[in-house]
Design a binder for this molecule. Structure first.
Ligand code: BES
Ligand code: ZN
Ligand code: ZN
Length: 495
């Protein structure tokens, strides 16, 4: 898909999407206005949020489809509503096989035109996403779609500025698409070595360094918790370290990112039921998000520094696998009683967090992981659960999340919850019982965060994957929270 702000005439295109508020169904184009008035009178279109109405008309010999899109009340409009609803109208355009279209921006004082163009670009590009590389009978080769985002108010100098925002939107959608593709790859194709190689390829393409460490180095670093999870698989684990220095004069300020990279989670000896196993190729959703965010950050040349770490492995069963009851060590030196081999993510993340703090010297860590089924039970596919030791950092995340539409919610961390992961015979245990599973999982990882380091844990078990199509998301990997991580990094720019 190509999106631009290049002005196009209605007579040149196959379709036009027109957005309207229910409390202002007025358009400056008289012929269309007449049509809208008629549709309103006959009760066919009223501008309510999400309403889509299509008709075909002839303009100076050119026949085109007009898709009217309702956005609800003007006072309630926000960028996420634009994204969600535009996705519905775009779907209609695609059904009608139109690949050269104009999308009119709504005129309102409530939103900045440039921001709106950026949001619309993200929505359109992600609505166009499909993962069909394994289909032998791919629906006829997808044709390139040309979209011109326009608005009556745009003059030439504004077009240039809007174009800049559209490019930023494309770069964000590209990062999200990278994450979706990585998640959607099946585990027989996407194992630790492949994930590491992909990171390397993307590093070369977008401009970030990638170091890959294998079993020997991981053992040498003392990452015993990570190795314990990895050792049941015949696939070699990989520690992937990505570094981007966009602000070389200020190397003290480095944002640390950590992503859970279980390329497959069978549960190990605490084996999962069959029905919960087929989607476990997505247990590297955190790693995928971190890699996608690195791509966008580097592509945008942000003036800031970021280091990202992924401890990639598979959780499998074999004569060499770890077992419930084992007591294992960790890079930080803490001993861990393993009471459930399916609570493996926190073990790999404990060592990844220790590594990024002690070896890469970051003093701020944002870690994201498809960590607990309990997050899905509590917040559904809509909202990412957050555990933090730094209220200010959480507020920052909340701010970007309101902007990107990737919802987050903070869970409590009262001392009582910490009690639940105390072990009788080791320093800590890897499960806290049936209750408060998302909290105890996050707090387990926090135990490995050294004093003075800010920590934000995002449990994306519900949000990184969707079982059904949603606006600008298809079934499968969603790419959440790439957009928010990029915006948070952008907020850190040293300008
Ligand atoms: N990868 C799973 C969590 C998960 C579940 C992600 C559903 C996406 C969808 C994780 O490793 C896991 O199995 N967690 C256990 C923890 C329990 C044993 C304490 C869970 O949630 O059941
Ligand atoms: Zn598990
Ligand atoms: Zn897992």
């Amino acid at each position: 898909m190509d999106v631009s702000a290049k002005a196009k005439k209605w007579t040149e295109v196959q379709g036009v999407i027109i957005s309207l508020f229910e409390d202002n169904l007025e358009l400056k184009t008289p012929e269309i206005n007449k049509m809208i008035k008629h549709l309103e009178k006959s009760g066919k279109f009223s501008g309510k949020e999400g309403e889509v109405y299509t008709f075909t008309q002839e303009v100076e010999g050119n026949i085109e489809d007009i898709v009217l899109l309702g956005l609800g009340k003007e006072e309630d409009i926000n960028l996420e509503k634009i994204k969600v609803n535009l996705s519905k109208a775009y779907k209609k355009m695609k059904e009608l096989k139109n690949d050269d279209i104009i999308v009119r921006m709504i005129e309102t004082e409530n939103l900045d035109l440039k921001e709106m163009a950026k949001a619309m670009t993200i929505s359109l590009m992600l609505s166009d996403y499909e993962f069909d590389k394994y289909k032998s009978d791919k629906k006829e080769e997808q044709k390139d779609v040309f979209v011109s985002i326009s608005c009556a108010k745009l003059n030439d100098s504004m077009i240039e500025e809007v174009e800049e925002y559209i490019i930023e939107g494309k770069d964000i959608a590209e990062g999200v698409t990278i994450a979706r593709n990585l998640v959607n790859e099946p585990a027989n194709e996407m194992y630790p070595e492949v994930l590491a190689d992909e990171a390397k390829i993307l590093g070369n393409k977008f401009g970030f360094e990638v170091d890959i460490f294998g079993r020997e180095k991981i053992e040498e670093l003392g990452m015993e918790a990570f190795m314990s999870v990895a050792k049941g698989s015949s696939k070699e684990p990989k520690l992937i370290v990505m570094r981007y220095f966009g602000d070389k004069h200020n190397k003290k300020d480095v944002l640390g990112l950590v992503g859970k990279g279980l390329t497959y989670d069978s549960g190990g000896y605490s084996i999962k039921p069959t029905a919960s196993m087929d989607t476990m190729k997505s247990d590297m959703g955190g790693a995928a998000a971190v890699i996608g965010a690195m791509a966008t950050i580097a592509k945008r040349n942000l003036r800031m520094n970021v280091i990202a770490v992924v401890a990639a492995c598979e959780n499998m069963i074999s004569g060499n696998a770890y077992k419930p009851g084992d007591i294992i060590g960790s890079m930080a030196g803490k001993t861990i009683e393993v009471l459930n081999t399916d609570a493996e993510g926190r073990l790999t993340l404990a060592d990844a967090v220790t590594y990024i703090i002690r070896k890469e010297k970051v003093n701020e860590v944002i870690e994201m992981a498809t960590l607990t089924g309990a997050a899905l039970v509590a917040l559904g596919e809509t909202t990412t659960a957050v555990i933090t030791n730094d209220e200010e950092l959480y507020k920052e995340l909340e701010g970007v999340s309101e902007y990107t539409g990737e919802k987050v919610w903070k869970l409590p961390t009262f001392p009582e919850y910490r009690e639940l992961i105390k072990s009788d015979i080791a320093d800590i245990k890897n499960i806290g019982g049936r209750n408060a599973g998302t909290i105890t999982a996050g707090l387990f990882i926090e135990e490995f965060v050294d004093d003075g380091v800010s920590f934000l844990h995002l449990d994306i078990a519900g949000t990184a994957w969707t079982d059904s199509a949603k606006p600008y998301k298809v079934k499968g990997g969603t790419g959440v929270p790439v957009n928010s991580i990029y915006e948070l990094a952008k907020g850190r720019e040293n300008l």
